[in-house]
Structures are given as structure tokens and as C-alpha cells.
Design a protein around this ligand. Structure first.
Ligand code: SF4
Length: 189
């Protein structure tokens, strides 16, 4: 039988494909299928969130299942960190699900040795009252040279790294309106 060059290529090509398939084979596909059925985020929905620890604000890809966050990883699509997280960001999942996590404000009264659970309304009213009392008590209209200063030196404000420029401007104006002159911002990176 005369074998042409084209016939030869067909036969050897088919043989190579058969060998390749025999190596992959049905048996090799099985473990892949089994693994896919076991991945931890199966059935969860994806939520993009932000690490709350510092001003880099690395994005997190979180997966939520049955109301619980089951995975929190860096987001490779976030251009600043490209999916990387520092130790604090990498601990996000443990922090979210920690038994030590507080869900309600705790208050310890002066001279008390125990913490009491309070509502946010109670805490915010208390803070407003204490700020007003302190401001009224310590407000200085003039300094020792009789120059008008209109300031309070007994309070300090620390801004949040998670605020944007406009939010910082509003906070700054509110703090200045009280006469507070000592403040800083937590954008430390
Ligand atoms: S650098 Fe770390 S702490 Fe700051 S946002 Fe990114 S992961 Fe969070």
C-alpha cells in the first residue's frame, strides 16, 4: 500500500491525540470534579469590601454564606495593593468571626471595676453631653496676653483613615467650630 505524506501525518497526528487522551483519561478528570465540589466558597455570594485598618483601604473579596463571612482575600483588581494584604488585613476573617468581637458598646463608669453593655443611643448622648460640658468648662476666649483665641485645649480629635477628603473637611469644620485646636489624622501609611 502506498502511504502518502498526507496519510502519514494523519495517522501519526491521530496517534498523538489518542496517547494524550489516554494519559488524561476519564480517571484523571474525576479528582478535578471532586475538588470543585469541595471548594469552601461554593454556594456563597461575593461581596467586595474594604480593610478598615488603615488609609491604604485595600479591597477585600469576601464570600458570604448563610449570613456568615466564610472567606476574605485580597482583591487582585484593586490597583493599589493588587491583591496583597498586610498581616492586619490578612487577619480580617479571623477578626470578623472572633468570639472576642464586640457588637454593642461597653461602658465603664468612673471608679467602677466592670463594664456595662449600653445602646448606641445611650453612648452617643453621653459623648455629646461630655463634649459639651468639657467645651463649656474649658473654652478660652483670650490667652494670657489678652489676645482673642476662642479655643479649647483640653480635647483632642483623631480622624479616621477611612474618611475621604470631603468627610474630613466636614469633621474638621465641626471640630474647629467647637474651638478644638488639637487634632490629627490616622492616615499613617
Ligand atoms: S495595608 Fe494592611 S491594614 Fe492597610 S488597608 Fe491594606 S491590608 Fe488593611
Amino acid at each position: 500500500m502506498k502511504v502518502t505524506r498526507r496519510d502519514f501525518m494523519k495517522v501519526t497526528g491521530l496517534g498523538a491525540v489518542c496517547i494524550a487522551f489516554s494519559q488524561v483519561g476519564c480517571a484523571a478528570l474525576k479528582p478535578v470534579k471532586t475538588y470543585a465540589a469541595k471548594i469552601k466558597i461554593q454556594g456563597a455570594h461575593e461581596v467586595i469590601s474594604i480593610c478598615g485598618f488603615c488609609s491604604v483601604s485595600c479591597h477585600l473579596i469576601c464570600h458570604v454564606k448563610d449570613g456568615k463571612v466564610i472567606s476574605a482575600e485580597g482583591d487582585p483588581g484593586y490597583p493599589v495593593s493588587e491583591g496583597a494584604l498586610c498581616a492586619k488585613g490578612a487577619a480580617t476573617l479571623a477578626m470578623i468571626n472572633s468570639d472576642h468581637r464586640l457588637f454593642k458598646p461597653l461602658y465603664r463608669a468612673p471608679y467602677s471595676d466592670r463594664w456595662e453593655e449600653k445602646s448606641w443611643d445611650w453612648i452617643l448622648d453621653r459623648l455629646a453631653k461630655r463634649i459639651k460640658e468639657t467645651r463649656d468648662r474649658d473654652f478660652k476666649q483670650f490667652n494670657h496676653k489678652k489676645e482673642q483665641v476662642n479655643r479649647v485645649e483640653s480635647m483632642f480629635h483623631l480622624g479616621s483613615s477611612q474618611l475621604d477628603n470631603e468627610e474630613c473637611a466636614v469633621v474638621h469644620q465641626a471640630i474647629r467650630a467647637l474651638g478644638v485646636v488639637h487634632f490629627d489624622h490616622q492616615a499613617r501609611i
